[in-house]
Design a protein around this ligand. Structure first.
Ligand code: AMP
Ligand code: GLY
Length: 467
C-alpha cells in the first residue's frame, strides 16, 4: 500500500522504516528533509505539517491509501479531519480526539466526568486571586502545568522546579497572564512509565511498556525535555512494573477510550498514557494522542517484521487483526544524541561524523531526527534531538552496552545520557519503588543483574490477553 508519513523526526523515521520493511510504498511530508526517511520515500514534500491544505493536496496527488500522523501539532491542527473529509483513512484522531493531549484541562475534566480511575487531584484556577488561594490550601506538594501543548517542557514540579508554594503560584500566574489555562495537580510520587495502545473501533491493543528519561541530565537532573532516551524490558514489563500494575494502566486507557466514545468522539490511532506507578498503583500523568518520541522507536524496533503496513491500515480503517500486534520478547535501550546544552540553550550547528555500517554491525539501529545531511557520513545537528541509537539484547543492560559501543563510531561534539539502561540506574529505580511501597525499608543490596525471568520468543496480543 502507499502510505503518507506526516512529520520529520526520528519517531517518523522509525514509523517509515517499519512500514518500509513491510513492503509499503512511502511518501513523506515535513518542513525539513529527514535523511533517514529520504532514503526510503518515493516522494517528499516540504511543508509545515499543520498546513492541512498542503497535506491533503500532496496526499491526493500521490494517490495514497492511508496516512500516519506523527506529531501532536498536526493532530491538534485538524489534519486528520481534513484528510478524512477527502476520504483518506488516517492513523491519528480528529482534532476533537486529540484534545485529550492538546488540552490537559479537557482531558482531566473528561476523565473526571466519566469516573475514570487513577487520576490525581487537580484544580484549574481562572484568576490570579484563585491561584494564590488554591496554592496556599492545596494540602501537599503540587505541580503547575499549562493546559496546552508544551512539548513536555512547561511543567513545573514542586521539589525540583520550585520549592515554595508561592513560587509555583507565581509561575501559574505568569501563565494565566499570557492567556493560558493552567492546572495545579497533586504531585504524584513514584516511577514513571509509558504505555501506548493501538486504538480502533474494535478495541485497544497495548504495546510493550517503556520508561522514558525526561530530564536533560544524568541522574534525572536538569529540566524536562521531550525525552532523552528510553528502555524496554524483554517481558514487556519494566524492572519496577509488575504485570498487575501494567494491566491496571491498560484498564485506565480502556476506560478513557470509552469516555471519549460516550461523549461522541471516535478515536482511531495511538493513545499513549504517561503513568506514574505510585504506592496506590498507576496514576495517569497525561495522555498523548500519538506515538511517543522516543518510546515508539524502542517499541517499533521490536515489531515482528512483515505486517506493520497491514496493522497501520487496520488502525486507520477501524478494525485490527489482533495477530498483527506482535512484538519480539527482547529488551531495548535508546539514547538520543543531542546538541551540547540541549534542554537549556542548545548549541546547534555542530557536525557529527557517523560510521553507520559499524553502528549497525554493533547491532544498533540509527534513526535520524533534527539533523541535516551535509556530506558523506556527515550530519549537522539542529537544535532538537538529533539521532536516536537503539540497541536490542536479551537483558536491558546488554542493550545499553551495545549503544555505548556504537557511540564510539560517532565523532563530534554532542551530549548523550550514558546512564540510561545501566544496571546501576535500573537498580536505583527498583529501590526507589521499593521505598515507596514500604517507606523506611532497609535499602536492599544492589542486584548484579535485573534480567527478567525467561520468556518465550514472541507474543501476540488480543483485547483480552495483553502481550
Ligand atoms: P507532561 O507534559 O504532563 O507529560 O509532564 C511532563 C513531566 O512532568 C512528566 O513526565 C512528569 O515527570 C512531570 N509531571 C507532570 N504531571 C505530574 C504530576 N501530577 N505529578 C508529578 N509529576 C508530574
Ligand atoms: N517522550 C514523551 C513524548 O513523546 O511526549
Amino acid at each position: 500500500m502507499r502510505v503518507l508519513v506526516v512529520g520529520g523526526g526520528a519517531r517518523e523515521h522509525a514509523i517509515a522504516r517499519t512500514l518500509s520493511i513491510a513492503g509499503a510504498e512511502l511518501v513523506h511530508i515535513a518542513p525539513h528533509t529527514n535523511p533517514g526517511i529520504a532514503r526510503l520515500a518515493r516522494a517528499t514534500a516540504r511543508s509545515e505539517i499543520t498546513d492541512a491544505d498542503a497535506v491533503v493536496t500532496f496526499a491526493e496527488r500521490q494517490e495514497i491509501d492511508y496516512a500516519v500522523i506523527g506529531p501532536e501539532a498536526a493532530l491538534a491542527a485538524g489534519v486528520t479531519d481534513a484528510l478524512r473529509a477527502a476520504e483518506i483513512s488516517v492513523v491519528g484522531p480528529s482534532a476533537s480526539g486529540a484534545r485529550i493531549e492538546s488540552s490537559k484541562l479537557f482531558c482531566r475534566e473528561l476523565l473526571a466526568r466519566n469516573g475514570v480511575g487513577g487520576q490525581p487531584r487537580f484544580e484549574a484556577p481562572r484568576s490570579l486571586e484563585e491561584v494564590d488561594a488554591l496554592a496556599e490550601r492545596f494540602g501537599g506538594p503540587f505541580v503547575v502545568k499549562p493546559s496546552g501543548l508544551t512539548a513536555g517542557k512547561g511543567v513545573w514540579v514542586q521539589g525540583s522546579d520550585f520549592i515554595e508554594a508561592k513560587e509555583g503560584a507565581a509561575y501559574a500566574k505568569s501563565l494565566l497572564v499570557q492567556g493560558q489555562r493552567v492546572l495545579l495537580e497533586e504531585k504524584l510520587v513514584g516511577e514513571e512509565f509509558s504505555l501506548m495502545a493501538f486504538v480502533t473501533d474494535s478495541g485497544i491493543y497495548p504495546m510493550p511498556a517503556v520508561q522514558d528519561f525526561k530530564r536533560a541530565l544524568e541522574g534525572d537532573k536538569g529540566g524536562n525535555t521531550g525525552g532523552m532516551g528510553a528502555y524496554s524490558q524483554r517481558d514487556h514489563l519494566l524492572p519496577f512494573l509488575p504485570a498487575a500494575d501494567r494491566d491496571a494502566a491498560v484498564e485506565i486507557i480502556r476506560q478513557s477510550v470509552a469516555a471519549l466514545r460516550t461523549e461522541g468522539i471516535e478515536y482511531r490511532g495511538i493513545l499513549y498514557g504517561g503513568f506514574m506507578l505510585t504506592a496506590q498503583g498507576p496514576k495517569l500523568v497525561e495522555f498523548n494522542a500519538r506515538f511517543g518520541d522516543p518510546e515508539s522507536i524502542n517499541v517499533l524496533s521490536l515489531y515482528e517484521e512483515g505486517n506493520f503496513d497491514e496493522l497501520m491500515f487496520g488502525v486507520a480503517s477501524g478494525r485490527v487483526d489482533p495477530n498483527l500486534v506482535r512484538f519480539r520478547l527482547r529488551s531495548t535501550v535508546l539514547k538520543y544524541i543531542v546538541p551540547p546544552g540541549y534542554g537549556d540553550k542548545p548549541h546547534a550547528g555542530g557536525i557529527l561524523r557517523l560510521d553507520e555500517p559499524a553502528i549497525e554491525a554493533a547491532g544498533v539501529h540509527v534513526y535520524f531526527g533534527s539533523v541535516e545531511e551535509v556530506g558523506p557520513s556527515a550530519m549537522q545537528l539542529g537544535s532538537g534531538r538529533g539521532i536516536a541509537l537503539v540497541g536490542e539484547a536479551s537483558a536491558i543492560h546488554e542493550a545499553g552496552t551495545r549503544v555505548e559501543t556504537a557511540l564510539a563510531h560517532v565523532q563530534g561534539e554532542f551530549y548523550v545520557r550514558h546512564d540510561i539502561g545501566t544496571n546501576e540506574d535500573l537498580a536505583r529505580r527498583r529501590e526507589h519503588m521499593r521505598q515507596i511501597l514500604s517507606p523506611g525499608a532497609k535499602p536492599s543490596p544492589l542486584p548484579l543483574s535485573v534480567a527478567p525471568a525467561a520468556a518465550p520468543p514472541s507474543s501476540a496480543a488480543s483485547p483480552d490477553r495483553f502481550l
